[in-house]
Design a protein around this ligand. Sequence first.
Ligand SMILES: C[S@@+](CC[C@H](N)C(=O)[O-])C[C@H]1O[C@@H](n2cnc3c(N)ncnc32)[C@H](O)[C@@H]1O
Length: 348
Amino acid sequence: MFEVLLQARKQKWSRLKKAATRAGLSMTLVKEISKIDPSEIVKGLSGDRRLSVLYSVPEWLLKEFKTAEIPQLERFLNRIQQDPQLWIRVSTHLIRKGELIERLKRNRVEVVEDEHLFDVLKVLSFRGSLSKLSEFREGLFAVQDKASALVSHVAGGVKRFKVVDITGGPGLKATHMVQLGSLRAMILEISPRRAGEARELIRRLRMDEKVDIIVCDSTRPSLSLSKFDVIIVDPPCSNLGRLCSNPELKLILRRSDIVSMSKLQEALLERAVKDAKEGAVIVYSVCTITLSETSHVLKRVLGKLDRVSLTEAEPLIGVPDRDVPGTQRLYPHIHETQGFYIAKLVRD
Ligand SMILES: C[S@@+](CC[C@H](N)C(=O)[O-])C[C@H]1O[C@@H](n2cnc3c(N)ncnc32)[C@H](O)[C@@H]1O
């Protein structure tokens, strides 16, 4: 209970209400306990119990974080109590970056260029909602985390490429690939609602001619993946890399969710590798931090299948992974991004 309620002190009211509802708690209770000073409660506690209560993380999850060897764990725990850093992706096929920066400035949205990715801007301040801006409606930018945008750069947007994102809704990575020069992109997505979101993004970014969508289950896709040069596998995960945006996950998630996610991730990655043509690039990315959903999935697939090898996931912006060399991890407290894992494979 403490875990829930200490959180109450640190969240915006609207967000807290959402979290409390999802966690099945009454707002009256949340309001009462939000008055408590966390440092008072943890007096006398030590070790993991202290961290668990102070940072509102259930002990089983803290154990997951420790197993994942997150660098500077307490800084991470502190960072995930705060709002996420917001990033936007410039629609470089529609506007020059400098021009967009100027237009946003006139609308009192302050952004700066990113030091690593030429098409990503860091949002320093804004008022109201970015989606209400005419620049958004005109498709001049998309709201996308820098770590998520890194995935398409790792995949490499070389011209001629035919790309498929086999878990593609709401279309961020597929559209990014087209922006980076891919000839065509295909989105496979199991949820009609998510496919609808992708359709909306494609329309807004004016890419109707270049991106297609098929609603299907990609563990058994209704088309062969063998005609694609690049296959993006960006499957559902525990979303633990998104704790700054969705702190309520700490209360809702169960260890069993991580296990079932990792099975789906493995099935999707295995399917992609088996179906890929010789020379095809397969990028595996997940917005989470646990080993079970990242390097362990990768190692199991690499152990089972032949004619597939790892290659460097470049550009390297994150921390090189110790478990599987060539792959990288990004963290909110170090890179100001969502927590992410990115690996790149080639079908031999
Ligand atoms: C992390 S999101 C993908 C985000 C997307 N790649 C992008 O860049 O915008 C994972 C997606 O996988 C979809 N999904 C889950 N199981 C699937 C399956 N068996 N086949 C296809 N899509 C699936 C989910 O509905 C969800 O939209």
